[in-house]
Design a protein around this ligand. Structure first.
Ligand SMILES: [Zn+2]
Length: 178
């Protein structure tokens, strides 16, 4: 059985490789072909083992991600939306999974709800404990940049947030965090 033979001789091959690396050229000169091929097969085995471990790890991660998918779906199934007509902001609005915005405002029955983007900046450049919720032109298919009505900074889809610690700092100051 070739595989077993290889496995049982692998440690000595590895030893061989490390010795030949240290003990210089006389040894490799005495039998160059043999030692080279042995070292190669040992390295190949190690490489194959590493590759297998890598693939296994990848498969495990993929499986974990796939098996967690229902949770991710549940988390992303609600978001903060803003009504394009009234400016009303609705937190944790349950998103219909089969429809993109605009969504129907249950109060008016009209399709006027769009994703709301948070802008945490205050006029003076400090970070606010609660964001201004902004209706971004992009979501309505309107051209042009969107400016925050509070601080006049540009707001984009998936608007970048200030560093989390800045928001925490502002919330601490406002007494929202203990
Ligand atoms: Zn702002």
């Amino acid at each position: 059985m070739p595989p077993q033979t290889r496995t049982s001789t692998m440690p000595s091959l590895v030893d061989d490789a490390s010795h030949s690396g240290q003990s210089g050229s006389s040894r490799s000169a005495s039998k160059p072909k043999g030692s080279t091929s042995e070292t190669n097969s040992g390295q190949m085995l190690k490489l194959a083992g590493a590759l297998l471990a890598f693939l296994l790890a990848g498969a495990v991660v993929a499986w974990q991600v796939l098996s967690r998918e229902p949770d991710i779906g549940a988390l992303s199934a609600s978001t903060t939306v803003i009504d394009a007509e009234s400016g009303e902001v609705i937190r944790r609005f349950p998103l219909p999974l089969d429809k993109v915005h605009p969504w129907t405002n249950p109060k008016t029955g009209r399709d006027t709800l769009y994703p709301a983007e948070p802008c945490f900046w205050d006029k003076d450049g400090s970070v606010m404990p609660e964001p201004t919720w902004v209706l971004v032109n992009d979501y309505m298919g309107k051209p042009g940049e969107t400016k925050c009505p509070h601080c006049a900074r540009r707001v984009v889809p998936r608007n970048p947030m200030p560093p989390g610690e800045k928001i925490d700092e502002a919330r601490l100051k406002a007494g929202l965090l203990k």
